[in-house]
Structure formats: C-alpha cells, structure tokens
Design a protein around this ligand. Structure first.
Ligand code: NCD
Length: 319
C-alpha cells in the first residue's frame, strides 16, 4: 500500500484503493473491539517493536487528539504527546516550525500534528522524512476527519457513491469542509453547501460546487447533512472581524426540528464537533436518531488506528 511510510497531509494524498483498505481494516478493528474488547492481539508483535508516535498540538483539540492517543494505545504503540504549549519551549518564544524540527530530530516513528496556518511549518511537514499525519492545519485541511466522516456515511448509509452531502455553515474557515470536498467527491458523493455570504468558500476547489441559498430546499435535497462549527477564532482577519451575529446565523442556517421534518427518514446528520448547541444544530436535532455525531467519534478511533497501522507498516491479521 502506497501509504506505508508516507505522510498524510491532504485528502489529495490518498487513492480510492487505499481509502478502501483503511476502511476494511477499521471495520475489522471496530468489530473485534466490540466482540473481544481489544485489537492489539491482531497486530504482529515483531512488526510493532518499540514504535513510538508523537503528537504535537499547538491548537486546542478534544476528539482528534484523544482519539489518536486511544487508537495508538489500542494498537499497543507508545505515545509521546506535546499538547500543552504553555509548558513547551513555545512559551520561551520557539516557533511551531522549530518545535516540529526538534521533535522530528528525536526520530519518532510518526508525527501527528495540528497547528495554525504557517508556511514555514507547512514546509517542515511537507519535507519531513518522518511520516506526518495532518491532524488539522489552520483553515487548510483535516484529512483524517474526512476519512472518519466518509467511514461513518458508509457505516450508516451502506454506500458513499451517489450520496448527497450538504455542508452547512462556516465553510470558508473550515479545514474539515475542504478535506471532505476532496475525499467525498473522490468516493463518488455529490456535494453542495448552504452558507451565509460571509462564510462562503473562495478557493478554486469550491468554484463548481452547488450552492443552495435556502436551507429548507437544501435539506430536502440531501441524504447527509454535515454541520460545521462557526470558527470564531478565525474571524479576525486583515479585513477585520465578521459582522454576522449568532442570532442572524441561527435564523437562516441552524438545523432544527422544523428542518428535520422535511429531511429524509433514513438520512443522517454529521458534525465534526465541537457543536455550538442551539447554533449549528438544535438540541432536538442532537438527540434525533439520525444524528451520528457520537458515532463519528467512536469511528474516529478505529479509522485512526487503521491509518496508523498502515502508515507504520504493522502486520495485522485480517481475518
Ligand atoms: C474540527 C477541527 O478542529 O477542525 N474539530 C475536530 O477536529 N473534530 C472542527 C472544529 O473545530 O470546528
């Protein structure tokens, strides 16, 4: 598999064949965990050796960081996590790029990294000899989130090809949306979005993507609704802050009970989290059986375990 020993920085980096292999192994891990409460016995101990993965997170994270740790520990890997930058040398003024260079110089087997948009750091990870997994880089991409989202669609809907995926919300600032657009299209899904003018995407990838001005029309079209968090921390740009109020957003773009009434019965709702309750999705929506937000979180552990195992070239008993 071409992913062995390679970085995973973008959804563009991965072939459909590799995605399917990752999904097949993720399903195996999930089933095995459900029936036996462990997956480490599927991993050949010789291939596991004393492999160590490092996590470098200079932006906040709950799901991504914890699920990479969970995935690694479930496989039997060792984990070193640098995630509290207040006690790292970044506190003394060291840059994230130099932090990455120094951790790489310790020769871990994989670096899982999250940081804000920064050309120098992106250069470091692009040229790294040690495989780097992008765990969310600025507004750029978050490809493992897209993998687990696609896996959840497959798991809940039985297919990805032909699915109508509606992305709602702050598309402009969302690395999750960018990675999903590339990955889900590659897998044959149709993508559309619904967003206020302030949050509409500007990069070329989105130029030919269908846009619904009206939330209710969009919901009627979709088989999968993917909400996105309003990325407040990314709204203070060169052009100043964004004037749109939460109340104005909610009025036209929140998915609530009224929208669910005309959403298909076997459709699903996704959100990468954290959800601003009552803003992107109402509490009612979050408790609807079509809402798969916590399934995404569970799947994230097994999809990431599968990706780590392939990247490290671990031998896994597939049956
Ligand atoms: C997303 C992220 O960090 O990009 N969260 C996640 O990884 N599950 C989405 C977000 O923060 O809004």
């Amino acid at each position: 598999m071409s992913i062995v020993g390679h970085s995973f920085l973008s959804s563009n980096d991965i072939s459909v064949e590799d995605i399917n292999k990752i999904f097949t192994r993720a399903s195996l891990f999930k089933r095995e965990y459900e029936s036996k409460g462990r997956i480490d016995h599927l991993v050949n101990q010789g291939s596991l050796g004393q492999k160590v993965i490092t996590l470098i997170f200079s932006e906040p994270s709950t799901r991504t960081r914890t699920s990479f740790q969970m995935a690694a520990l479930r496989l039997g890997l060792r984990v070193v996590s640098l995630d509290n930058m207040a006690v790292s040398s970044m506190k003394k003024g060291e840059t994230i790029a130099d932090t990455l260079r120094n951790v790489a110089a310790m020769w871990p087997d994989i670096i899982v990294a999250r940081f804000n948009d920064d050309i120098e750091s992106y250069d470091v990870v692009k040229n790294s000899k040690i495989p780097v997994i992008n765990a969310g880089i600025g507004t750029h991409e978050h490809p493992t989130q897209a993998l687990l989202d696609a896996f959840t669609i497959l798991d809940s809907r039985g297919q990805i090809e032909g699915e109508k995926v509606l992305i709602v919300g702050d598309v402009l600032h969302s690395r999750v949306a960018n990675s999903n657009l590339i990955l889900l299209r590659k897998l044959g899904a149709e993508i559309a979005y619904c967003a206020p003018i302030e949050f509409q995407p500007k990069n070329d990838d989105w130029a030919d993507v269908r846009q619904f001005p009206d939330r209710d029309e969009a919901v009627k079209w979709a088989s999968v609704i993917m909400g996105l968090r309003i990325q407040k921390e990314r709204h203070m740009g060169a052009a100043g802050s964004i004037a749109l109020t939460v109340a104005a957003y909610r009025d036209k773009y929140r998915i609530g009970g009224d929208q669910l009434n005309h959403f298909q019965q076997d459709g699903i709702l996704l959100h990468p989290g954290p959800v601003n309750r009552g803003v992107e999705f109402s509490n009612y929506v979050l408790s609807d059986s079509r809402c798969k937000v916590l399934n995404q979180v569970t799947n994230g552990v097994f999809v990431r375990a599968s990706l780590l195992s392939f990247t490290l070239g671990l031998e896994v008993k597939e049956a």
